[in-house]
Design a protein around this ligand. Sequence first.
Ligand SMILES: CC(C)(COP(=O)(O)OP(=O)(O)OC[C@H]1O[C@@H](n2cnc3c(N)ncnc32)[C@H](O)[C@@H]1OP(=O)(O)O)[C@@H](O)C(=O)NCCC(=O)NCCS
Length: 191
Amino acid sequence: MVKKHSDISHAMSIKVSSIPANIRLVRLEEDMITPPFESEDEDLNNFLLNDAKNYLKSLLAITYMYQTDDETIAYFSLSNDSLIKNEGEKPGWNKINRAIPNDKRRRSYPAVKIGRLAVAKKYTGMGIGSLMLLTGQNMYINEQQRAGCRFLMVDAYRDALPFYQKNDFKFLTEQDVNDDTRIMYFDLKAV
Ligand SMILES: CC(C)(COP(=O)(O)OP(=O)(O)OC[C@H]1O[C@@H](n2cnc3c(N)ncnc32)[C@H](O)[C@@H]1OP(=O)(O)O)[C@@H](O)C(=O)NCCC(=O)NCCS
């Protein structure tokens, strides 16, 4: 899958002039050589460079990258998942349910999980992280989508919580408020 720069530039806050003109969206394949990638998170760098293909081979996650020929600018990986009712947290679940017609309400809803997401250090603050979230959303609301999927989910790093909040992700529960990561969701129906 290849997206041209012109398709990308409409995303609101992208500072286009700072992004290489030949940037493209690429789905990681087993026989691909991944151009270098350096975000501020070593684990996320290692995942892309050393483990993402194993996840692909095992059908556990698919990874998408924004790249040029020379470098990987950002990436995210996706896996199918469910948004599941947390028994101890009624208010949060009621909020989710309010957006679902009465007779369609369940104890879990189909979702896709952002397993990993990172932007290379030198490209942070340019809107590329937000662009990846938009890209992920669009993948699940277009007419090629083969299975129902209502929510995007992420187990977000504490430092990245403001980033997801700015992009309209909500907290699922207050029970993880003191944890290192927090579960957040985005309702695809809102797109
Ligand atoms: C978090 C990350 C993906 C954000 O990517 P990015 O391209 O810099 O984000 P954007 O430029 O799209 O930022 C969108 C908004 O979120 C805010 N934001 C981004 N990162 C933030 C942070 N760490 N703290 C506070 N706000 C942040 C920005 O200020 C921006 O708001 P603005 O448009 O009003 O200025 C990137 O910093 C990163 O890769 N971090 C290391 C890995 C990581 O934490 N990944 C998340 C795993 S769950």
